[in-house]
Design a protein around this ligand. Structure first.
Ligand code: B12
Ligand code: SF4
Length: 474
């Protein structure tokens, strides 16, 4: 989607091709061949921390070695947050910060026609002996960009069978978020701004994906799909007879405040599940996370009940192991999850470990505490691909100076038990006897609050290879 978004503005202006390394058998070799054959005038890469970065680093190094004159541009969250480290590596030439469409377009114009890159807002660049960051670019309303050029990719490869529908695919209908939770990567990307497609355009895309590609369900990956209730209501009204299902991410307090009529429309239009950042079982921690709005643990419980009444599944994510007392933090949130499960057993639980994102001084209590405990980010790109930083990026059991590995282990053990006793509704294969066995084995542990060494659940998980929520991808 990142590449479809930037591709949309290149249509008719620059020749371009999208290459997805995930679809290639030997991405490095095949990409090098494509570059050798087609001789592009620039290469843009979208890079997330974690597995993508792990591949992007050696690949970019090799491309630079083989094609030293080919300008290499990185974009996305990671390069935006760590542009200096990325450019200092010596093999990336440009970093496009935040929203990439206009910056890339201007850069390609200059690379093609000549001109001055120092006038391109939103760009950082590597010169012989220094790295320069141009002024930031204000976000542009996304309705000014053309729709995603879905025809540019092999759509069949991005359609899959899952709990939402037999032909599920993805879309993104907005950029940014008006909030500034201090563990969230969006803050440095959008600086509290938010722009969305108008509802009729999102509905048109929905229909196009259905009619052209036979899609019957969509996951919206917007940071927050539900910011504007009128937009959501109009969108649902437009699609309610399309016979499709959908999933999206939203905030607890926003959804809690929605009118009943909007909930009815959302249900009618095929909304099956909503991913919400419940984040913590402690109101004090929500404050320290700068969750903002009306966020509270009470609202999280009330929303789970409300969603139960509409038959829409809440998928709640939590950020655990927060400084300065990660043990107490984990204990409090585990107790809260037990309360939540009692109210609405269908609630999916996603557990992440707190890993800092770079923020300016004074922007984040959690980050300040992490730094006070001795946390610093890697200073080279090569360090970012080390095992310890890979673990950090995946947010499951990171090595952090304020939190003992044993505490994360406890979280994972609890996760195993809770997901055995309450198997996810998203696994279509886990039914009948297998489900009963799993529930029975998980049940005694859950009731006794005994989560340590869940070896038998590990074995069952291997045998049944059941799908846990954290593997469904958010
Ligand atoms: C879909 C998604 C995924 C998918 C698909 C990833 C994939 N294969 O591409 C899945 C579920 C697999 C996934 C996994 C992970 N994800 Co993810 N994911 C997202 C999500 C929800 C949407 C991304 C998206 O497509 N947005 C829509 C497009 C249009 O926007 P965009 O990506 O921001 O692109 C714009 C700009 O960034 C820029 N841009 C981006 N790339 C490029 C490239 C060039 C050349 C240019 C010029 C510009 C440019 O221009 C675009 C248009 O304006 C984001 C959150 C979000 N809503 O953005 C998280 C997010 C990107 N993921 C995140 C994380 C942490 C992960 C994981 C590490 C999580 C985990 N615990 O496992 C893994 C790692 C995956 C990997 N392989 O490395 C974080 C990144 C945090 C950070 N500090 O960088 C985010 C921001 C979520 C969050 N709030 O924390 N993810
Ligand atoms: S966690 Fe959600 S509400 Fe908070 S800044 Fe990130 S996207 Fe916005």
């Amino acid at each position: 989607m990142s590449l479809l978004a930037v591709g949309s503005v290149l249509e008719g202006k620059h020749e371009y091709e999208i290459v997805d390394g995930n679809l290639l058998t030997n991405p490095a070799q095949e990409l090098l061949e494509i570059i050798g054959k087609k001789k592009p005038s620039a290469l843009g890469m979208t890079v997330m921390p974690g597995p993508q970065l792990n591949q992007a680093v050696p690949l970019t190094k090799e491309i630079k070695r083989r094609f030293p004159d080919l300008p290499i541009i990185w974009g996305g969250y990671f390069p935006t947050q760590h542009s200096h480290v990325v450019l200092e590596s010596g093999y990336v030439d440009y970093v496009v910060h935040s929203q990439g469409e206009l910056t890339l377009l201007e850069l390609l114009d200059v690379l093609k026609n000549g001109g001055d890159v120092s006038t391109i807002d939103g760009l950082s660049r590597r010169e012989v002996h220094r790295i320069t960051k141009n002024p930031s670019r204000p976000l542009c309303p996304i309705e000014e960009f053309p729709p995603f050029p879905y025809h540019r990719v092999k759509m069949e490869k991005y359609i899959r069978n899952n709990y939402l529908g037999s032909r599920t695919t993805d879309h993104n209908s907005s950029f940014g978020c008006p909030f500034a939770c201090n563990f969230c990567a969006i803050v440095s990307m959008s600086n509290r701004r938010w722009f969305s497609e108008p509802p009729e355009r999102t509905a048109t895309t929905f229909k196009l994906l259905r009619d052209r590609y036979g899609v019957n369900a969509i996951l919206f990956h917007d940071m927050d799909f539900f910011i504007s209730e009128p937009r959501v209501a109009e969108f649902c009204d437009r699609i309610k007879n399309y016979g499709m299902n959908w999933w999206a991410l939203g905030r607890v307090d926003e959804l809690h405040g929605y009118k009943d009529s909007t909930w009815q429309l959302m249900k009618q239009s095929g909304l099956k599940m909503v991913f919400c950042g419940a984040e913590s079982g402690s109101d004090e921690m929500l404050q320290r996370m700068n969750k903002g709005g009306k966020a509270s643990t009470q609202l999280s419980l009330e929303l789970a009940l409300k969603m139960k009444s509409y038959g829409i599944i809440p998928e709640y994510s939590f950020v655990l192991g927060n400084p300065p007392d990660p043990e107490l933090d984990v204990e409090t949130t585990i107790n809260f999850i037990r309360k939540l499960k009692k109210l609405n057993p269908a609630t999916e639980i996603i557990l992440y470990a707190y890993t800092p994102v770079p923020l300016d001084a004074g922007e984040g209590d959690l980050y300040e505490r992490a730094k006070a405990a001795g946390f610093t980010f890697p200073t080279t790109l090569d360090d970012w691909v080390l095992g310890t930083w890979q673990k950090f990026a995946l947010r499951r059991e990171p090595d952090t100076p304020w939190c003992d590995g044993k505490i994360y282990k406890k979280v994972r053990n609890f996760e195993r038990v809770v997901n055995a006793y309450y198997p996810t509704t998203t696994d279509m294969k886990l039914t009948g006897v297998r489900k009963t066995i799993l529930k029975t084995f998980g049940g005694w542990r859950y009731h006794l609050h005994f989560y340590d060494y869940p070896i038998e659940l590990q074995v069952l998980q291997k045998l049944f290879s059941y799908q846990r929520p954290e593997t469904t991808g958010f």
